[in-house]
Design a protein around this ligand. Structure first.
Ligand SMILES: CC(C)(COP(=O)(O)OP(=O)(O)OC[C@H]1O[C@@H](n2cnc3c(N)ncnc32)[C@H](O)[C@@H]1OP(=O)(O)O)[C@@H](O)C(=O)NCCC(=O)NCCS
Length: 303
């Protein structure tokens, strides 16, 4: 299978974002010309579920006021735009509006032709059609979050995607979801509880889910890999197709909450005067993110 086919599958894999548009009260997707955005008010604190993808920078710029208004009205504190690193125009536009680089995962894809079916010899206890909230809770534990994914995934209706869980010593321990779209199987929410990692659970579930996708006549598979996930996917045969950057905008309300926790008056004190100066300094923001794994805006109130 040629790379163009796999690149197109990556570019067109919007099923998870669309599915999130049904995640709880007030959730919706909107599609201004050339843009797709999802708003999930039940999880205002996580930009990963309040996401925007776009075709070209001009469309993003035109849609931006509507997006900004929509997230604000929904009470969403953090939302992100997925940007190819080569799109200098979009990067400049977003950084000038307070977005900061929040992550740079890798897009990956492969053909499903000839993939093997894992032996179902009982060595791994697993289930398909898993409880949505349980898949969310396993992801929360893997990322060290407190209930965000459980809240979002638990709100998704039945009949959307294929949900898998694997067990270690009879306890739910690893999970993933797949979504089919135009003969492509997009894999999402792959996670294993920290104490269960290294037992081959994620690898088993991936192999099982991909064999099922092939049996449903899917021809390709795509995903977006964290640094932790990439070695697993490479061993399964996925190939990298370039990084994608997540440019997050987190509103000041969140910064004020941080400042209340640390007894620092973020808005009025000296750091409040510093903030506008560094807010648009992209190089500084990226350096801080690389060094500490957090956004500058998150760290300033803690200084
Ligand atoms: C990535 C993750 C799901 C792997 O789960 P796991 O159940 O421990 O993975 P497995 O035990 O099935 O390992 C599968 C293979 O990947 C390898 N592997 C897994 N994590 C690895 C790592 N961090 N570095 C190198 N290799 C790794 C294993 O050695 C194994 O290879 P093998 O089968 O050839 O021996 C788990 O580490 C996790 O939940 N991380 C946090 C959430 C996350 O980043 N998820 C990925 C989202 S894209």
């Amino acid at each position: 299978m040629d790379d163009d086919r796999l690149s197109a599958a990556i570019a067109n894999s919007t099923a998870f974002i669309r599915a999130l548009g049904a995640a709880g009260e007030g959730a919706l997707t909107i599609e201004p010309e050339g843009v797709l955005a999802v708003v999930v008010p039940v999880c205002p604190e996580r930009s990963i579920v309040n996401s925007v993808v776009y075709g070209d920078a001009a469309s993003l710029e035109l849609a931006y006021p509507q997006l900004e208004w929509m997230y604000d009205q929904a009470g969403v504190q953090a939302w992100t735009v997925w940007v190819p690193p080569s799109d200098r125009r979009a990067l400049g536009f977003l950084s000038a509006r307070g977005h900061v680089l929040d992550g740079e995962p890798q897009t990956m894809a492969m053909s499903l032709e000839g993939i093997a079916t894992p032996p179902d010899d009982g060595s791994v206890h697993w289930s398909r059609g898993a409880d949505h909230a349980l898949v969310g809770a396993i992801n929360d534990a893997a990322y060290g979050w407190e209930g965000s994914f459980e809240r979002v995934l638990g709100a998704l209706p039945e009949g959307v995607g294929e949900w898998y869980v694997a067990y270690l010593e009879d306890e739910p321990a690893a999970a993933l979801i797949t979504f089919d779209e135009d003969a492509n199987c997009d894999v999402n929410m792959v996670a294993t509880l920290p104490r269960a990692q290294g037992h081959g659970l994620a690898r088993f579930l991936m192999s099982r889910a991909l064999a099922d996708a092939r049996d449903r006549s899917c021809e390709t598979t795509t995903l977006v890999a964290t640094a932790a996930g990439r070695p697993l996917y490479e061993r399964l045969g996925y190939r990298p197709f370039g990084a994608v950057q997540m440019w997050e905008r987190r509103d000041r309300g969140q910064a004020t909450i941080c400042s209340q926790q640390t007894d620092t008056n973020f808005e009025d004190g000296p750091l409040g005067q510093l903030h506008p100066l560094v807010e648009h300094d992209l190089a500084l923001q990226r350096a801080v993110h690389r060094a500490f794994g957090h956004d500058l805006q998150e760290l300033l109130p803690l200084v």
